[in-house]
Each structure stands twice: as structure tokens, then as C-alpha cells.
Design a protein around this ligand. Sequence first.
Ligand code: NAD
Length: 241
Amino acid sequence: MIREARSIVVLTGAGVSAESGISTFRDAEMGLWAKYDPMELAHIDAFHRDPELVTRWYHWRFTRCKDCTPNPGHHALAELQRQTEARGGSFSLLTQNVDGLHQRAGSTNVSEIHGTILTWRCTKTGKHHELEDIDFSSFPPTSEAGGILRPNVIWFGEMLPEKELERAFSDSSTCDVFMSVGTSSVVQPAASLIDLAKSHGARTIEVNLEPTPISESVDVSLFGKAGEELPKVLDQLNGEA
Ligand code: NAD
């Protein structure tokens, strides 16, 4: 399927970064944050209610991400992009992850539909700030304009970025193959993209540790770790397995 595809879309979720040491939300190893529900901290209302708590948590998550490195799953997707584009095909990587690991593995033109934790912005002026320029000695961090700084992620209760959404819908409705990797497929609208692709005739592949709501309707399910299954896919494509 992949070899014959002219256009491939891959949607990734937190599972693809799990082997890099970044917990998924549904399998959170929270340490000092054990008493908090990450799904609640990732809500715009939580930020309004308690900006200190939420910015502390995102700063903690950022420091975890910074120390992690891309795993074989991220590298396999970057290589799949190179090979697909080298033979004249198109490849679109849509990620729900905010950790920047796909880009660090060499993937290009990645669509971060839930934003990124790697830049923060001023709630007063909208100005973006690089992390190294932010004073995290107290929480919530503030800008020189006196506004609170928040991560550039899309929280529950917020609109997804229009441009990224348009691309996600457009690429999904025109691809030949749609792969869903390491996502529980319950967070909308990302979870509905595979149905859109399928309704336009795409073949569908899922890579996950366990069955998800889409498992029954995909053409191929690869149950296992993304960091093991994706390199195996590449090996098969290249005739090495
Ligand atoms: P999720 O936590 O809901 O689901 C993760 C999925 O990955 C599960 O289905 C699980 O079975 C699977 N999984 C776990 N380890 C895996 C592995 N090694 N290989 C393959 N699959 C594996 O995550 P989600 O679906 O991405 O949705 C939750 C939201 O949380 C997203 O919006 C995302 O933005 C955010 N989030 C991001 C990060 C990150 O940036 N790394 C981490 C946690 C949560």
C-alpha cells in the first residue's frame, strides 16, 4: 500500500513519543504531579483558574521534553518522508504532539495541530517568546509588557489553528494512504480525519500498542510499539525483511 501510494498522510499522537520517555496523557507517570489529572490541566479554564499551577506544569513538561531525544519511530517517519518525496510522492505529517521530536528527527513541513510547547506567548500582546528568553524564576512567568506568558499549545476549550485544520482536512481527503500512529483516536477533530480519508478512498493503517475505536475499521492494524513497528515497515519497503 505504501509503496504504491502517491500521497501519504500520517497522524501521530502521544504514543509515538512514549519510547522517548514522554508520558502519554492516558498513561501518565506524573511523579510530583500525581494528584493532578493532565486532561484537566490541559484546559483553558484551568489556566484562567490557576495560571501558576498550569504554567508550572507546562514548564515541568517542557524540561522533560528538552531532555528527551527522538526514537526509532520518529526517525522511521522522517525516512519514510524522504523516500516518498524522492520518488515524487507527497507526504504530510500531522501531529497532535507538542514536543518537537518529529522535527528533531528530520521530518519537515510538520503540521502541529495542537501547537508547540517550545514557544510561549504573551496573553496581553500575543508576542511570541523563545524559552531561553523567559524568566521562569516565578510562576506564572510574565512578559516585559506585564502579561502572563503561556505555552503555544492548543488547550481543550480552545479553537484549533485554522490553517493547520484546513491542511489536515484537505490532505486527509486527497491521500491514498492514511496512517494513524500512537493516538487513542478519541480527541476530535483529529480522530475523525481517518474516516474522512477512508470516505475518499484511502487505505488505512493503524500502529498502536492496543486496539482503539478505529481498529475495527482500518485496513491494517500493527499492534506494537511505534519505535519497533515503523522501522519494520521501512525494512519491508526496502526489501530487507
Ligand atoms: P493519548 O494519551 O490519548 O493516547 C496515546 C496512545 O498511544 C494510546 O492509544 C496508547 O495505546 C498508544 N501508545 C502508547 N505507547 C505507544 C507506543 N510505544 N507505540 C505506539 N502506541 C503507543 O494521546 P493522544 O491520542 O495523542 O491524545 C492526547 C492529547 O494529549 C493530544 O492532544 C496531545 O496533544 C497531548 N499530549 C501530547 C504529548 C506529547 O507532545 N508528547 C504527550 C501527552 C499528551
